[in-house]
Write a protein that binds this ligand. Structure first.
Ligand code: SF4
Length: 170
C-alpha cells in the first residue's frame, strides 16, 4: 500500500515524547493561516512511498520510542496510515497522530469512514485541531496553538470524553 508523503524525519525529539520517526504526509484540506508547512497542502504533490519502506526504517532503529504521523492531514490518507500504524504497534512502538480536525469532528467522520475509525483507534495519542495563529504559543510542548489538545486516545474512547495526556502541557 502506498502513501503520499511530503517528507520523513528518521529521528526527532520535538514531535512527541522520546525519539521518534516522523512521517509528514502530503495533502491538507485545512489551509490554516500561518501554517508552517504550506508545501504539504497539494494532494497531488510530494512523493509516493510504500508503507513497507517506512516500516523498514522503523525496524532499522531500535532506539525509536514511536512514530509520529504529521502533515499535511494524516486522516486524508487514513487507510494507508492505519496499515502502517498497526504494524508499528505490533513492533511495540507507539503512534502519535496530528490532525487539523477536532476530536469531535474526527469521531463524527469515524462514524461513516472505517479507515478513519481504525486510525483513531490505532493512535495512542492524537493532537487535534487546526493551527490558529491568534492562539499561537511557542512555549507549548508538541503543539503550535493553545486550542490544540494532546489527547490520550484509549482513555478518551474508554470514558467517552476527552482525556488530556499528562505530557501535553495543559
Ligand atoms: S492542519 Fe496543519 S498542515 Fe494543514 S494547514 Fe493546518 S497547520 Fe498546515
Amino acid at each position: 500500500m502506498r502513501l503520499r508523503v511530503a517528507g520523513i524525519i528518521e529521528e526527532s525529539v520535538v514531535d512527541g515524547p522520546g525519539l521518534r520517526l516522523v512521517v509528514f504526509v502530503q495533502g491538507c484540506p485545512h489551509r490554516c493561516p500561518g501554517c508552517h508547512n504550506p508545501h504539504t497542502w497539494d494532494p497531488a504533490g510530494g512523493t509516493l512511498m510504500e508503507v513497507e519502506e517506512i516500516l523498514a526504517m522503523v525496524k532499522r532503529n531500535p532506539l525509536l520510542k514511536g512514530v509520529t504521523l504529521s502533515g499535511g492531514e494524516p486522516f486524508a490518507q487514513a487507510g494507508a496510515l492505519a496499515v502502517l500504524a498497526r504494524q508499528v504497534r505490533a513492533l511495540g512502538r507507539d503512534v502519535i497522530t496530528y490532525t487539523g480536525y477536532t476530536w469531535e469532528k474526527l469521531l463524527e467522520l469515524a462514524g461513516r469512514d472505517g479507515a478513519v475509525k481504525e486510525l483513531v483507534e490505532l493512535s495512542d495519542y492524537i493532537v487535534d485541531g487546526p493551527f490558529i495563529q491568534e492562539k499561537r504559543d511557542p512555549e507549548l510542548p508538541f503543539r503550535g496553538s493553545s486550542n490544540q489538545r494532546v489527547i490520550d486516545v484509549p482513555a478518551s474512547l474508554a470514558c467517552g470524553r476527552v482525556v488530556i495526556a499528562p505530557w501535553g502541557g495543559q
